[in-house]
Design a protein around this ligand. Structure first.
Ligand code: A2P
Length: 311
């Protein structure tokens, strides 16, 4: 079993650079996926209350037989709970069957109406998502900090925060976010945002690192050529590129062979990619291939580049 690289966070903790993503993993599949991943050497599982499958993730962790203390577990605060952080976190802890998280993230910088017409996606009569415009993200962050003080989470961070949104919490933050989890892959590298995070000591994490389901990235001619040059898989090139750049990669899979190869392949990718390969992949988006795959219909300006104007 190869050893997985780790990145140091701004609170001194070390996060495994490869984790298993669980978004869109069906309940009946994710138990086996998580258990398989841990048995194969993964020590990092990325979950979220909003994925609706945390109980099954918890069951997978239990079935793996790997001690809790050896596993890095991340989960995320859902939008309808920005004013009730501890309530959402307690549900997550119960779902997963654990008594602390290693990392807890604000899932999206979009507080939603906690008393709306639906517990997960409250909608207004006009069909748009029911956003609580009066709630301040800096107040969400205060409650996140309280969870560290109470010992329920070891580190806190954010997800889907642009510079504009980070500026709503950083001036009053007592704890600087440890990570910012974003859609990051060769077609959406967000170089400037990643550079900003590095400057602030915030580790970037990549979700949908392979470009999500049905991804064209795995067939990209430049990626395929680099894969052939090193006798590795296209997925290994993409994941190795991310980790070489200091970005935590969170590939999702429920297929045992892919789960195993994504771990060992990333390690191979990191050791084989050379400077030219990295530069070529770095340039793909700017050369005309820029593409975001994940753009939920939030009725607010998130402040990201390459996101269609909100309506
Ligand atoms: P599956 O879960 O059926 O194995 P992302 O992490 O970017 O969201 O990508 C997840 C998608 O990519 C899923 O559809 C997953 O399918 C698929 N996938 C994961 N790993 C690989 C791989 N090594 N090769 C090809 N497809 C993969």
């Amino acid at each position: 079993m190869s050893s997985v690289p780790k990145f140091k966070l701004n609170n001194g903790m070390e996060i495994p650079a490869i984790g298993l993503g669980t978004w869109q993993s069906k309940s009946d599949e994710v138990i086996a996926a998580v258990s398989h991943a841990l048995k194969e050497g993964y020590r990092h599982i990325d979950c979220a209350w909003g994925y609706g499958n945390e109980k099954d993730v918890g069951e997978g962790i239990k079935q793996s037989g790997i001690p809790r203390s050896e596993i890095w577990i991340t989960s995320k605060l859902w939008g309808t709970y920005h004013s009730r952080v501890e309530e959402c976190l307690d549900q997550t802890l119960t779902n997963l069957g654990v008594d602390y998280l290693d990392l807890y993230l604000v899932h999206w910088p979009v507080p939603m109406n906690p008393k709306g017409n639906h517990p997960v996606f409250p909608l207004l009569p006009n069909g748009k998502r029911d956003v609580d415009h009066s709630w301040k993200l800096s107040d969400t962050w205060k409650q996140m900090e309280d969870m560290v003080k109470k010992g329920k989470v070891k580190a806190i961070g954010i997800s889907n925060f642009s510079v504009k949104k980070m500026e709503e919490i950083l001036p009053t933050a007592e704890i600087i976010p440890a990570t910012n989890q974003l859609e990051l892959h060769p077609y959406n590298p967000q170089h400037e945002l990643v550079a900003y995070l590095k400057e602030k000591g915030i580790v970037p994490q990549a979700y949908s690192p392979l470009g999500s389901t049905g991804s064209p990235l795995l067939k990209d001619e430049v990626i395929v050529e680099i894969a052939q040059k090193h006798s590795i898989q296209p997925a290994d090139v993409i994941l190795g590129w991310l980790v070489s750049k200091g970005i935590v990669a969170l590939p999702k899979s429920v297929t045992p062979a892919r789960i195993t190869s994504n771990l060992n392949g990333t390690i191979a990718g990191v050791s084989k990619l050379d400077k030219d390969d990295i530069a070529k992949i770095d340039g793909l988006a700017a050369a005309g291939k820029q593409k975001r795959f994940i753009m939920p219909p939030w009725p607010v300006d998130l402040g990201f580049d390459n996101w269609p104007p909100f309506v």
